[in-house]
Design a protein around this ligand. Sequence first.
Ligand SMILES: C[S@@+](CC[C@H](N)C(=O)[O-])C[C@H]1O[C@@H](n2cnc3c(N)ncnc32)[C@H](O)[C@@H]1O
Length: 299
Amino acid sequence: MVAEVGPWAKEKLDVLARYLDFYTKVLKNQPWRTLYIDAFAGGGRAKVRKKSDGVDALGLLAEPDPLDHEQAEFLDGSPRVALGITNPFARYVFIEPAPKRGKELDGLQAEFGEKLQITTLKMTAAEGITWVTSQSISKQKHRGVAFLDPFGARLEWESVQSLAETGLFEVVVNFALNMAINRMLPNNGEVPSAWSDTLDRYFGSHEWFDEVYSSDADGLFGSTEIRKREDYSERLLQLYRRNLKAAFGHVSTPRLICNTRGAPLYHLLWAGPHKKGLEGANYILSMGERLPKASRQRK
Ligand SMILES: C[S@@+](CC[C@H](N)C(=O)[O-])C[C@H]1O[C@@H](n2cnc3c(N)ncnc32)[C@H](O)[C@@H]1O
């Protein structure tokens, strides 16, 4: 069964398509060999859910819906979006550990592989990015974009950092604040250790904890009370942006993606080593169609 996505996935993919167009147009007559890395590639296509109740925003619980197949709307996933741009990249690397989606990516290889150079890695993003950065690529000869679009917090900071260290990659990141990260942060600060470890790997340190929680000494009994800060979401976003800026040099303003009810889901962020990329990214992230407000409010 083909994967299902919410209507907001279109907005994300439109932003990606616009940015990849901008990037490859700017580099068109430059001497560098261009690379596109899709570290959480998914399959080739997804079915757009008609109703989005936001409960299953991750699409993990999606069941076959009774929609007539012919009426269903299908959306090209990020690999097809990247393959379909006017000035294609010299090389494409798709990373995807799920066997069914990996098979769909093999189909893309059959469809586009004669004209375009495609490598499909059936492994995790962390393993795939290690593979990419261990190839003989250099700032002198290459330039690239990595799209980092995980479910939840499965993106490891170490991978992001290793892309930054090449000096040749820009990244477009899905920062899944509301869809995943906020759900891992109970009000009382007792974050289960498995979640805490995941967040440490995601942020690259334990700094996230102090951005989310404050501890007040209770004078009367000498105990310490842990409180969740009211502005913890904004603080986490700014922490991640600071980390990206420190690693890459430049970070964009965020583009917030909401579901059809107007509830925030995640932010798209760009980071890279060049000011020109930043200007392009900020322009593209601020433009384009958002899900109509009226329809968000009606639902
Ligand atoms: C949000 S979906 C990607 C959607 C795709 N980028 C698009 O826009 O069409 C996330 C994908 O990451 C895959 N995935 C899950 N864990 C992963 C990991 N550790 N490394 C790489 N991919 C992973 C899932 O199987 C899923 O296909």
